[in-house]
Design a protein. Structure first.
Length: 158
């Protein structure tokens, strides 16, 4: 075995290790985002339970004394429940977007996960696998088929 072949083999192994590490990082970020959203959903569900308990206490208090329910007392609790339900739906949508972004990148270029580079297209996933696109500056993003946005360099004022 020549030293060139050995060096090429080592370089290939190194590239595979780096690629695997990058994939692990992307997957970890995706899963962390989903886990955080799930925790936020649980917190909103707890808010709903507490508001429902307070609403029930108010209703029972009015029931015992034979009074008509006072909308001014009930409305804030009902609004809290509605706000939490909306927040839960938004979080569920965010989870689905994270999952869909990973699936779209896998379909587009074979990447298992997503990177954090946003695509310019409206229907592109929240993040895409642009890291996996060719390294040339004009290379298109694999998810949205557009070149990555160019960064403007600041020029010092004279």
């Amino acid at each position: 075995m020549s030293s060139m072949s050995f060096n090429e083999c080592i370089e290939t192994i190194k590239d595979k290790a780096v690629e695997g590490a990058q994939t692990a990082v992307r997957k970890t970020k995706q899963l962390a985002g989903i886990a955080k959203a799930n925790l936020d959903i649980r917190a909103e569900e707890e808010k709903i339970k507490k508001a429902q308990m307070e609403l029930g206490k108010l209703y029972y208090k009015d029931y015992i004394v034979g009074e008509e329910p006072d909308a001014a007392e009930y409305t804030p609790w009902c609004e809290k429940i509605s706000e939490s339900k909306i927040a839960i739906e938004d979080l569920k949508i965010a989870i689905e977007e994270l999952r869909a972004a990973g699936a779209k990148c896998e379909e587009a270029c074979g990447a298992e996960d997503v990177c954090e580079a946003p695509c310019e297209e409206e229907d592109a996933p929240a993040a895409c696998c642009c890291e996996d696109a060719p390294a040339e500056e004009d290379a298109p993003c694999c998810c949205c088929e557009e070149a990555p946005a160019e960064t403007e360099e600041e020029t010092p004022e004279a």
